[in-house]
Design a binder for this molecule. Structure first.
Ligand SMILES: C[S@@+](CC[C@H](N)C(=O)[O-])C[C@H]1O[C@@H](n2cnc3c(N)ncnc32)[C@H](O)[C@@H]1O
Length: 397
């Protein structure tokens, strides 16, 4: 069967609404290049990943029939020009796109999607029932990566060795580091001889991690719907992802899904009492007499599931076994508080909004209050700030 016939049958199945028959045309090792800034975009590898993408799109928008405008047939590739009406929250939107398919042995082996109006598609796909998730996603791609690496990365990177130990990362283990940010855990895993992959939904972070961790594969993807097949990693880690997602139980189930039997999943988060530098910001906002800005979407507690019992229950609820919750304590030295503050605010999302959505005088008061809160930790020439972190891990049965 030539490429044109394969595509005709595939389209026929799609238009008849028989999605399973259409999905059967995807090669197991299909690669799909999905453009855009939505959480679903990226290079999706494997049939399961692309089917997951289609299902996620269908969950977000109501599809009307797809109209085929033209099919252009080449020797190996077929291009389809299509038009479809999608029902978004603000009414119907006409979407035009070109999809290029590479066909191999009667199956679709590679797909490139080109949207005529990428902006409209991103808007539609971001219009989910998770405004906090959309806020985080947009925020982490708004110039945060470099200041994050300057200020916060020095702190979070201190937990990486314990995280990798808890996940059982050693030579030859295929490990996925989710929400890899600048790629600290992925890079150190590779230094242990592991086969490491980092994934993050911020294109900026992906670019930074790719630069900082040469030789490590860094991919774009969302922790809510990872672009990997079930059971594809012997260990899965996530360093400080927990405060940033609305549906943490769903995310932990997703981390468990991509772990292989016997593999460990390990996550860290800030302890509600002991994370002085982090809890200091909302405390400084309150001490300055300011309210949290009204334009922030409601989100989970920054310290969600950080308590020992709830952390263990979170892992258990994802179907994992042998949950262990440990405490990591260390001191972080701040030499120049002005520089630290600028990068802390510049390199975060919710913390940033808490401060920058206030007027200038209030922002100055918050900065003063933050310094007051750090006063007990002042030492010669700086601040030695205690940090307490929770590390939870469990195994895929
Ligand atoms: C606090 S940083 C942690 C970065 C890194 N793991 C570290 O140890 O420093 C949070 C990271 O999570 C990423 N992130 C947040 N929500 C995510 C999601 N739903 N999927 C993928 N990445 C996400 C952000 O882009 C950011 O890089």
């Amino acid at each position: 069967m030539g490429p044109a016939e394969v595509m005709r049958r595939y389209l026929g199945a799609m238009q008849a609404g028989d999605r399973e028959a259409a999905f059967a045309f995807y090669a197991d090792d299909l690669v799909a290049h999905v453009p855009g800034r939505s959480a679903l975009a990226g290079e999706l590898r494997g049939r399961d990943a692309f089917v997951g993408y289609i299902r996620a799109v269908l969950e977000r928008v109501d599809h009307a029939d797809v109209e085929l405008v033209e099919m252009l047939v080449g020797v190996e590739r077929v291009a389809l020009l299509v038009r479809e009406m999608l029902a978004g929250p603000d009414g119907d939107v006409e979407i035009r796109r070109a999809n290029v398919y590479r066909v191999r042995d009667g199956r679709i082996a590679e797909i490139w999607i080109y949207e005529a109006d990428q902006y409209a598609v991103d808007e539609l796909l971001a219009a989910t029932d998770d405004p906090f998730g959309a806020f985080e996603r947009t925020g982490w791609s708004a110039g945060r990566a470099a200041p994050y690496h300057q200020a916060v990365g020095d702190i979070t990177a201190q937990c990486v060795e314990a995280l990798l130990d808890a996940a059982g990362v050693g030579p030859g283990v295929r490990v996925l580091d989710v929400a890899t940010g600048p790629g600290y855990a992925a890079g150190r895993a590779a230094a242990r001889g592991a086969d490491a992959v980092g994934v993050d939904f911020s294109a900026e972070m992906v670019a930074l991690a790719t630069r900082l961790q040469p030789g490590v594969e860094i991919r774009l993807g969302d922790a809510n719907a990872l672009p990997f097949a079930d059971g594809s990693f012997g260990a899965v880690t996530a360093n400080f992802l927990m405060p940033h997602v609305s549906d943490l139980p769903g995310v932990v189930r997703e981390l468990a899904r991509v772990a292989s039997p016997g593999g460990r999943v390990a996550l860290t988060t800030w302890d509600a009492e002991g994370a002085i530098y982090a809890r200091g910001v909302p405390e400084a906002v309150a001490a300055a007499g300011a309210a949290p800005p009204g334009d922030l979407p409601p989100g989970p507690s920054f310290f969600q599931y950080a308590g020992d019992e709830e952390f263990a229950a979170l892992l258990d609820g994802a179907g994992l076994v042998d949950p262990r919750v440990a405490r990591i304590e260390f001191t972080h030295r701040i030499g120049d508080l002005d520089a630290f503050w600028a990068d802390l605010i510049g390199g975060t999302v919710r913390t940033n909004a808490l401060v920058t959505h206030q007027d200038a005088a209030t922002q100055a008061r918050i900065r003063e209050e933050y310094e007051q809160l750090l006063e007990p930790y002042r030492t010669d020439g700086g601040w030695d700030v205690p940090c307490v972190v929770k590390l939870g891990s469990a195994a895929k049965p």
